[in-house]
Design a protein around this ligand. Structure first.
Ligand code: URA
Length: 275
């Protein structure tokens, strides 16, 4: 067997081992988070390319409480019916939550819930932060300036918007585009996880600090999270800059391009494995 094929097989085996062992774990560098439990992986060697072959010592750190911003208004979760849990299509799911009352402020100030758009069987799900003004009006995610750039980024790696699925951590626009509050995330996150469970994508692309930190339950800066794969709910995830940040800082376009190229390569690799 030639060297190249043998490397492909090694990489694949490593990935499968990684996937099997750490499914449902969020991986970041040398730290694993198991739905609320942090497990530090004390590998003896410097973590490198082959770190997944080493058998780590796992130390559990007590469950970390979700950080609640005490200054944020108390947001009461008051959805009467949780029937969305049993929906079996994205369409019926979207319909079930179109009047979601969970976040008092957002449900009063939004024009509509922005559920998500794209292929319900997508291999790739793009997750952003929250709808902005344009999205709130049109009811679709990423349709403003940042959305146009996202479309261009996807098309640069040969994906159309229609073949992927695009959604956000929050389904409603925060007033004045302020940052989502912790209670709002807690209210809305189950919807995203249900979407992921229904779509079952091969890969997630988290755009922006907020999406990445929320999905990985970490406070790591984006610069440290980008450029490599993480696991979110058993799904491989790449993190990159938010298109709006790229509009403000064109210097980040190069690293963002590197990130999405990795995503494309991983997609091609996984697709070949499945065929
Ligand atoms: N920014 C986001 O994070 N999501 C959108 O849908 C639009 C802008």
């Amino acid at each position: 067997m030639n060297k190249k094929n043998s490397k492909i097989i090694d990489d694949t085996l490593n990935y499968l081992k990684f996937y099997k062992d750490y499914k449902d774990y969020s991986i970041y560098k040398d730290e694993i988070t198991i739905s609320g439990l942090s497990a530090a992986l004390n590998t003896k060697k410097t973590p490198g390319k082959n770190q997944l072959n080493e058998s780590p010592t796992v130390t559990y750190i007590p469950e970390q409480k979700r950080q609640i911003n005490l200054e944020s208004p108390v947001v009461k979760s008051s959805i009467d019916s949780e029937s969305w849990i049993n929906c079996n299509s994205l369409e019926s799911f979207a319909n079930e939550i179109r009047n979601c009352p969970k976040c008092e402020i957002l449900s009063r100030t939004r024009k509509q819930v922005v559920f998500g758009t794209g292929n319900p069987k997508a291999d790739i799900v793009v997750v952003g932060e929250a709808p902005g003004a344009d999205e709130d009006v049109q009811g679709k995610p990423f349709v403003g300036r940042a959305g146009k750039l996202l479309t261009d980024i996807l098309s640069a790696i040969n994906f159309s918007r229609e073949e992927v699925y695009i959604c956000n951590i929050l389904k409603c626009r925060p007033p004045e585009n302020r940052n989502p509050l912790p209670d709002e995330i807690a209210n809305c996150e189950p919807y995203l996880f249900k979407q992921l469970e229904m779509i079952k994508p091969m890969l997630i692309l988290a755009v922006g600090t907020f999406a990445a930190q929320t999905l990985l339950k970490t406070k790591e800066p984006l610069g440290k999270m980008r450029g490599k794969f993480h696991i979110c709910n058993g799904i491989k995830m790449m993190v990159t800059y938010h298109p709006a940040a790229l509009l403000r800082n064109p210097n980040w376009k190069r690293p963002a391009w590197e990130d999405v190229k990795l995503l494309r390569m991983e997609y091609d690799k996984l697709k070949n494995l499945n065929n």
